[in-house]
Design a protein around this ligand. Sequence first.
Ligand code: HEM
Length: 230
Amino acid sequence: MANAFHYSIGKKFIQAVSGAFLIFFFLLHMTINFFSVIDTFTGKYGADDGLFKLGCEFMALPIVKLMVPVLALGFLVHIAYGIYLTIYNFRARGGVKRYEVASKAAADSWSATNMFVLGIVILGILFFHLSHFWAKMQLLEFMGQEAENPYMLLNTTFHSWIILAVYIIWFIAIFLHLSHGFWSMFQTVGWNNQIWMKRLKVIGIIVAAFICLGFVTVAVNAFLQSNALI
Ligand code: HEM
């Protein structure tokens, strides 16, 4: 049975490397977004020389824009292999006869299925998100038009508490996906000694919480700004 759960390491490795790349993207993206929170404290939210606006301008530099296809590829590879590994895992488990698996294997497959479901939620809401920001900034620029003001987009997007709630559900799904994905990534590359696994699980929770809380703060700040509550 153990063998049946032995993923093709090469494929899992690709999953881990693309995952690591996406974690770096999250950290960068969250940091630039967080500038809008700093702007609130410095009184520059909405100003032309606000940090968040400067961050968006930096992201619009041609050299940074070159990274867009690389980022898209990173997402695509991660999603494609995620689907592959989930199907592989399901087949190795003997299809629907889940009750026959040993408890360790059952636990593994439970988290793998969870990762898959969380991945779908994250991907679904990502399209919603891209329609709010990317379509009105970078896409317009690609089409030779001027990007819309980023503070205005923050205010329009987060004006409604329902949208805010959808985004917060998204951030929670990202937290759950990352906190598992982080240590799983190290396990794949062979760093699976007992002591380090425990530490990596804790570090994974800290990294995921940092990213998630950063995004939540940005969204809540924009909601408060938009509704003139601060
Ligand atoms: C409060 C949370 C967030 C805000 C305010 C925000 C804001 C933005 C903005 C302003 C852009 C457009 C950048 C440009 O076109 O120059 C953008 C693009 C993008 N966002 Fe977000 N974002 C948030 C969370 C996320 C999360 C959690 C993800 C990943 C699941 C994500 C993925 C992307 C991607 C893939 C792009 C397109 C590539 C890029 O322009 O960098 N965003 N976001």
